[in-house]
Design a protein around this ligand. Structure first.
Ligand code: URA
Length: 270
C-alpha cells in the first residue's frame, strides 16, 4: 500500500464515521457547534482494556458530542438508549483509522457493526467478506442474505430494529481466510466494548471462529451448536455460520439453526 497523505487518512476516517452514523439511523449531521479547527491528534486514542485504568491518551478532551436532532425527554429508558448509541460512537472513535494489525493494510473499509444499539439480540460473525469490505457494513453479501432470512422469515424479527450485528474482527481477512490469533486479539477489546454498550439479552455466535473467540477455547461447532454459554454475563447461543448453511445446504443443518433460534426466541420473550 502506498504512503497515505494526512488528507487521505482524514477523508477515510470521515467516510468510515459517516457510514457508521448512517448505519445508526442518522440521515443528516446537524452542525450546531463551531467547527474544531485544531489539528487532530496524530494517533487514535488507545482502547482501555476491560476493567483497566484510563491511560494518559484517554485523558485527552472527549470529541464534541453529536447533537441530537430533536430534544428527547429524559426518561430512564431514553437515557439508556442514548447511552448505548453514544457509547458505540465513542468505541468507533476509539477504533479510529485502525492499524493495530496487518488486516489494515489490505482492507478497504472498517466494518464496525450495524443495527439497533438497543437491540436485545446481538449476532457476532467472524469477519467481513469482500462485499462487506466494499460497503463498510456487516453481512451484506450472500451469507448476509441468508442471515437476514433466518432473522426475518425464521424468527419473525426485523433485522434493523431487533438486532445488532458485528464481527470478531472488523477488517476483511484476505481471501476470506480465518482471522489469525493476533488479529483477533487486536480487535477483541473493541468487541467487548461493543457488547458492553449494547448489553443485549442474548448473543448468538455465528460459526466456530466466533464461538471459539467468545469462549476463549476451541469450539467444535458441529457438536456444541444449540448449547447455551455465557459471554460477559450474557447468555450466549452457538450456531452454524450462515455461510456454512449455504455450503452444506441440508435439511438437517437448516433445522438445526432454526432449533437454535427457537431457543433464543424463548429467552427473548418479554
Ligand atoms: N461473514 C461474516 O462472518 N461476517 C460478515 O460480515 C460477512 C460474512
Amino acid at each position: 500500500m502506498g504512503v497515505e497523505t494526512e488528507r487521505t487518512v482524514l477523508l477515510r476516517q470521515l467516510k468510515d464515521y459517516l457510514v457508521f452514523l448512517r448505519d445508526q439511523g442518522m440521515d443528516r449531521v446537524p452542525l450546531t457547534q463551531a467547527l474544531e479547527t485544531r489539528p487532530p491528534a496524530p494517533n487514535p486514542a488507545p482502547v482501555r482494556p476491560p476493567g483497566g485504568e484510563p491511560t494518559d491518551g484517554e485523558r485527552r478532551p472527549a470529541p464534541a458530542p453529536i447533537p441530537s436532532p430533536e430534544p428527547v425527554s429524559a426518561t430512564t429508558e431514553t437515557m439508556n438508549q442514548t447511552d448505548a448509541s453514544s457509547r458505540l460512537i465513542e468505541v468507533r472513535n476509539e477504533l479510529g483509522d485502525c492499524t493495530r494489525c496487518k488486516l489494515s493494510a489490505t482492507r478497504q473499509n472498517i466494518v464496525f457493526g450495524s443495527g439497533n444499539p438497543n437491540a436485545k439480540l446481538l449476532f457476532i460473525g467472524e469477519g467481513p467478506g469482500a462485499d462487506e469490505d466494499a460497503q463498510g457494513l456487516p453481512f451484506v453479501g450472500r451469507a448476509g442474505k441468508k442471515l437476514t432470512e433466518i432473522i426475518e422469515k425464521g424468527m419473525h424479527l426485523n433485522r434493523e430494529q431487533d438486532t445488532y450485528i458485528c464481527n470478531i474482527v472488523k477488517c476483511r481477512p484476505p481471501g476470506n481466510r480465518d482471522p489469525e490469533a493476533e488479529e483477533i486479539d487486536a480487535c477483541k477489546p473493541f468487541l467487548i466494548e461493543q457488547v458492553r454498550a449494547i448489553r443485549p439479552k442474548v448473543i448468538v455466535a455465528l460459526g466456530k471462529p466466533s464461538a471459539s473467540t467468545l469462549l476463549g477455547r476451541t469450539v467444535a461447532i458441529t457438536k456444541e451448536r444449540g448449547t447455551w454459554h455465557e459471554f460477559d454475563g450474557i447468555p450466549l447461543m452457538l450456531t452454524f455460520h450462515p455461510a456454512y448453511l449455504l455450503r452444506f445446504y441440508t435439511l438437517e443443518n437448516r433445522r438445526a439453526v432454526m432449533e437454535d433460534m427457537q431457543k433464543v426466541l424463548e429467552v427473548l420473550k418479554p
